[in-house]
Design a protein around this ligand. Structure first.
Ligand SMILES: Nc1ncnc2c1ncn2[C@@H]1O[C@H](COP(=O)(O)OP(=O)(O)OP(=O)(O)O)[C@@H](O)[C@H]1O
Ligand SMILES: [Mg+2]
Length: 277
């Protein structure tokens, strides 16, 4: 591409020497263009007689800044949908646009870049490296990105500070509680300043109080930093933090609507968020 620029300053997620790709790096979600749009998404695992249809035509629009909880019975397709959204898996049918760009039209390395640039992931089992300090765990996505050590340390410290764990930076995961480990995992997810946080049962391994602490943190990331959050949960009182609740049943969306009882917000803020929608 003759108009390509190389390694611009300030474009996150680009490795040194990587060219700007107008599709991935500068496409914008504008008026009428949702951040995420799924149409008729199907996913079939296996072939022939053992084929299993995990998704049977999912339509979903998500605007920038939303906080969406995804609920539904085990096996209903929640994680499959999250994996497709984050580019970890490909649909078998249907179309997916991210910021107006059709994801299937991108080459594999472009999709990887989209993932690196825009998405942070948090899972139920914190997935931290065991023999590696909290700080180094948080730095990891920046190592993959080829950032110099000084910038990496600074960004990882900032992220740990945001989750309230700066003083634990030198500790190993085994020296941290479950709630603290999940906060390190969240710091690792946001150290790249993603636009979207995909959290698959982030409180699933935590007791109720730790779970609510994690939710308050995720809530803050959504409201104060404008990070779009999609979160799978089985728990009604965890989903209550979201502004919108989508329910999956048997590979389809069974219901989708605003959550009028969103918790954890000061009343004035709640009114503003509800009005804006
Ligand atoms: N890699 C795979 N190969 C075959 N089948 C799969 C695969 N991944 C998921 N499935 C099947 O697809 C269906 C949907 O799985 P998915 O993980 O999306 O469910 P879920 O809604 O996240 O459930 P849970 O609440 O238990 O996490 C399930 O029946 C599952 O067995
Ligand atoms: Mg799942």
């Amino acid at each position: 591409m003759s108009s390509a620029r190389t390694n611009p300053v300030g474009i996150l997620g680009l490795q040194a020497g990587e060219e700007v790709n107008p599709l991935v790096d500068t496409a914008e979600a504008g008026p009428g263009v949702p951040l995420i749009r799924l149409r008729g998404i199907g996913k079939t695992y296996g072939q022939g007689e053992t084929a299993f249809q995990a998704l049977k035509g999912v339509d979903l629009d998500i605007a920038a800044g939303e906080f969406v909880a995804i609920m539904g019975p085990s096996g209903s397709g929640k994680s499959t949908t999250m994996n497709i959204l984050g580019g970890l898996d490909q649909p078998s049918s249907g179309r997916y646009w991210f910021r107006g760009v059709e994801v299937q039209s991108l080459a594999r390395d472009e999709r990887a870049r989209l993932r690196r640039r825009y998405f942070g992931f948090v899972f139920q089992g914190f997935n931290l490296l065991a023999r590696t300090s909290a700080l180094e765990n948080v730095e990891l996505p920046l190592v993959y990105r080829g950032e110099p050590a000084v910038a990496r340390h600074a960004a990882a410290q900032r992220a740990l500070e945001q989750v309230g764990l700066l003083s634990w930076a030198g500790h190993l995961p085994s020296e941290l509680s479950g709630g603290q480990q999940q906060r390190v995992a969240i710091a690792r997810a946001i150290v790249t300043q993603p636009q979207v946080l995909l959290a698959d049962e982030p409180t699933g391994n935590l007791d109720s109080q730790r779970g609510h602490e994690i939710m308050e943190l995720i809530q803050r990331l959504n409201l104060e930093q404008g990070i779009t959050v999609l979160m799978v949960t089985h728990e009604v009182d965890i989903a209550a933090y979201a502004g919108r609740i989508v329910r999956f049943v048997d590979g389809r969306i069974a219901s989708d609507g605003p959550n009028p009882d969103r918790v954890g917000l000061p009343p004035a803020r709640l009114a503003a968020v509800t009005e804006a929608r």
